[in-house]
Every structure is written in C-alpha cells, then in structure tokens.
Design a protein around this ligand. Sequence first.
Ligand code: ADP
Length: 400
Amino acid sequence: MKILVINAGSSSMKYQLIDMDDESTLAKGNCERIGIDGHFKHTTYDGRSTEYDVEMTNHTEAFIQIKNALIDEKVGVIKELSEVSAIGHRVVQGGSIFKESKIVDEKVIEDIESLIPLAPLHNAAHVQGIRACLDVFGKDVPEVVVFDTAFHSTMPQTAYMYAVPYEYYDKYAVRRYGFHGTSHRYVSARCAELLGKDIKDLKIITCHLGNGSSITAIDGGKVVDTSMGLTPLDGIMMGTRTGCLDPSVVTFIAEKEGLSPSEMDTLLNKKSGFLGISGISSDDRDVSAAAEAGNERAKLAIDMLEYQILKYIGSYVAVLGGVDAIVFTAGIGENQYSHRETVCHKLGYIGVEIDDEVNKKAIRGVEGKISTENSKVDVFVIPTNEEIVIARDTAALVNA
Ligand code: ADP
C-alpha cells in the first residue's frame, strides 16, 4: 500500500510518497511559490531528482506537477497513479471538533473551513490542498486528515483555559489548543518502545525544538499540558516568535509605536524570538556561532532559550508529579547538543544525568538514549517523523 502525505501551505506544498510495506519513503518534494512564480523540487529514494521553475497558479496545478513527477519515466517511482491507495493531509488546527484523524468527506471539509478563524493561513491552505487533491486524484482515492492539535485534545480544562472572561471561550473558542501534536505523539510512542514499556505506565516530557518549538507533558500516553496555545506563538521563544510574555507588553508596545493589531501580529510572530534578541538570525546555528565568537546578544538569546526550556520542563515535572523520560526532537532538539547539555546538567536535582560524550554524538538523525545508567530519568534524542504518523493513520482508517 502506497500513501501520499501532503502538507499544504498557502504558497507551498510538501509531499512524500510512503510505501507502507516497510514504511520507506519512495519520493518526496516540494511545490514552492504557488501563486507567485513557481518552483518544483522532487527527489527519489535512490537519488534521482529534478528541480525546475514552473508556473503553478493554484494548488490544483501543484498537484499536477506532483502527479507527473511520481509517474515520470526518469524520476518516477510508480507506474500508474492508481498505485497511490490513499492520501493523508496534515491539518494544523482541528479545534475542539477533531480529536482524532478522519476520512475526508464534505462535512469534514466544512468543519475544517469553520476553523479558519482560529488558523487563518494554515487551515485555508489545507482546504485548498484537500479540494485540489480531489480534483486531480478523484473521489475514488480516499483522503484522510491528521490534525496537529488532536493529540493535545486530552488536556484537562484547567490546563487549556485562559483566565479571560469565560464568554470568549463560549463565543470564539478562545483556549489553549497546542500544536506539533503529531510530532509529540510520534516521539512519545517511540520513547515507550525504546524503553520496552507500555506508554500507559510512563510520564514523559517531549521537547520539540525547531523553528517553532513546543514542550508537552504526557501522562500515560495522554497530553496533560503543552506550551503552545491558541496559536503557535505561546510557550518558549522560537526562531522569530516571542513565546509567552506578559500580555501588557503587547498593548504597551502597540501604543508607544502606534502599531495596529496586524502589525503587532507581524512583530510578535516574525521579528521576535532568536531574531529579535540576537539581531543576527532566526537560525540557531547562526546565533550559536555568533555567541561563540563573543556576540553578547547572541549569547543572551541562547541563554534565554536554555533557561526557558528548563523552566517548562521544571513546571511539567510538577504537573506530572515526576517524570520517567525526557525526549528532545526537531532541528534544534536533534542537533544542538550544547542546549541539551546545559538543560540536562541543571536537572541534576531530579536525578537527570547524561553522558556528555554520547550526547555530543547524538546529532544528524541519530536516535538514542543520552542519559547514563545511573540517571533516575531516561533522556532520549528521537528524530521526529510526522509523515509516518500521517501515513499510518491514513492506512489504518482506509483499511478499516
Ligand atoms: P521547522 O520548525 O521549520 O520544521 P526545524 O525542525 O528544521 O524547523 O528546525 C530548525 C532549527 O533547527 C534551526 O534553528 C536550525 O538552526 C536547527 N538545525 C537544523 N538542522 C541542524 C543541524 N544539522 N545542526 C544544528 N542545528 C540544526
């Protein structure tokens, strides 16, 4: 069974064709600059690739590029399109409606559309992707939607409510939803597998640290709290996002600078975080290099990030009433071993002990335990794989 996994953005569409027999990726690529000037990239499992500029005025035209590449004589990986058994879409915001993955029908599309106010850019693009997919692949190929928020739907109300007047929860569904759920779900399940234990018996804290970052507390396989909120702006500081702050900072700066809500939104989402503090870059590699070269603001950005990771882990240990395992994942979590080292050394008081040499080697896709045998808490680096979760959910729903 071959599953096509789609991550549709407003001007880009990433894809992977996965063979479920061995869960290997047959081909992957990206349609970039949809509706602008258009660029298409495609690579196969055995190193064949193609890349070219091509106008794609909408998502349907992007799907036609994907379809053509998959069956192409030179860079194709299947003979006929009918070999694609089903298509799985990533959807960012499932709101309170979607607590699990679903087979797409008109009602599901309408429900995702109804959540556009909560995730204007993302959900609108996903709907375009789903409809374009129907145009190109037809109704006979089942489509499934997998939500970033679904894994967090087990959070108790005490954790997901904001202390604003209750009417805004009723009127606009203002609450914490959390994101990166597919990643937190994958790495927590994998952590239990690596420990050889049932996830029901484990308290796990998962740290997804990338351009966007979130930390999640998982008790017995169920999320009890997560750092991202109504939107992916909350939590720890990120590449260009603030993370949590005193809400008065927003009104204060807006008033002082005469900024509109949408200008403030840009400032908080695109000009803050690593970029805003360091003034150098949103990329951890650039900021870390500058810090090492003695740049004070870059060093401050790194120190702030490490401090905030530590603070979230500490608070989630309290929420969980202890912790059995901590997992690091995503670009920074999987590669920037120095942050893991700083944070884990400071967690010595709860019995965390890592092997610094093993930690240094756990980079670039290496999966494994970085804690010592003496450590009271197991610490893992687990490369995330959201596509596999989407493909598995798609296969399971379609086969059922
Ligand atoms: P996204 O949230 O966009 O998926 P990623 O998970 O790829 O982002 O994370 C991007 C971050 O990870 C950047 O800050 C980058 O510096 C860091 N990163 C990615 N790859 C590496 C690497 N090989 N070595 C060090 N840092 C990396």
